[in-house]
Design a protein around this ligand. Structure first.
Ligand code: ADP
Length: 283
């Protein structure tokens, strides 16, 4: 099976700042992949290189079977892109924004109207089709961006921080939409600095820190590698963590402690692993 996304030894240097360092990864068709990392880790730069918007300094990129540097037009036909900066036109209506995108992709009028209707239904925006985009909430604008990115039937959807700045309800709604798309077979690469977003949406996770991929796998694989059980101990106003291979092992250690004041055990999660690897919290 040809990989949906193939990244080999990718580098990006701005001036003398090396922002993406020797990144290699494969994403299979149908997979939902999350690139996780703190602000400034290089996530957006990576997405911009994969979607033909930024030139790599070095490395090979193949997306949907096409070389990104040599065949950017073919790549663009096969991908949908939802970037952080809302690029929908506020003075046009929801429907007009979709029309504009459909025409730019030369989708003939008949199928265009049908697809616009279908995707607006899918993102639950049909009842706002004649509203000016500037009157929509942040969550609705993001849903419109997704509908628009899907209009030309892409094979792979790239989402850069899809829910940043949204309230919890809007975020949940967007998660359901994104998950449904993936269940229908859409390959996805999304970036996020929200742990729970990546845990909810992604089959596999890559942790990017200071331009380097420092971990790669499913959340379960990462938990098995770093330890599935945690013993926490309160030290003043901070918590010390200790990983154990299993929760049972963590509980056994806990039971042996003569003084259990300020101590607790629990299963590990992605955030514990991130903090363990980078020594930093995400937010
Ligand atoms: P993230 O998406 O993980 O927050 P970015 O990819 O946006 O990280 O940024 C990675 C680093 O690259 C940051 O230090 C940022 O300041 C720098 N950077 C991003 N774009 C440019 C640019 N066009 N010119 C110079 N530096 C840039």
């Amino acid at each position: 099976m040809t990989a949906a996304v193939c990244v080999q030894n990718l580098h990006k240097v701005y001036g003398n700042v090396h922002v993406v360092k020797d990144l290699s990864l494969l994403i299979q068709p149908g997979e939902s992949f999350g690139l996780l990392g703190p602000n400034g880790a290089g996530k957006s730069t990576t997405i911009r290189m994969l979607t033909t918007l930024t030139q790599p300094s070095d490395g090979n990129l193949v997306v949907a079977g096409h070389d990104v540097q040599r065949q950017p037009t073919q790549v663009r036909e096969q991908i949908g892109v939802v970037l952080q900066q809302t690029s929908v036109d506020g003075d046009l209506t929801v429907w007009e924004n979709m029309e504009l995108h459909g025409r730019m992709h030369h989708i003939p009028a008949g199928p265009r109207q049908k697809r616009i209707q279908e995707w607006l239904d899918f993102v639950e925006l049909s009842d706002r089709r004649d509203s000016k985009v500037k009157t929509l909430s942040g969550g609705m604008k993001r849903r419109l961006q997704i509908a628009r990115a899907l209009l030309h039937n892409p094979k792979i959807l790239f989402l850069d921080e899809p829910t940043v700045g949204l309230d919890p309800q809007a975020r949940r709604r967007l998660w359901e939409i994104i998950r449904n798309l993936n269940r229908q077979g859409m390959t996805m690469l999304l970036t996020s600095h929200y742990m729970e977003e990546v845990e909810f949406l992604c089959d596999r996770v890559g942790i990017l820190d200071q331009g380097q991929l420092i971990e790669l796998g499913t959340v379960e694989e990462l938990r098995q590698k770093h330890g599935e059980g945690i013993v926490m101990k309160q030290q003043g106003d901070r918590w010390d963590y200790q990983f154990f291979p299993t929760l049972v092992a963590a509980n056994e250690y806990f039971d042996q402690q003569p003084d259990k004041t300020g101590m607790m055990t629990r299963p590990s999660n992605l955030e514990d692993i991130f903090v363990e690897l980078t020594g930093r919290n995400l937010d």
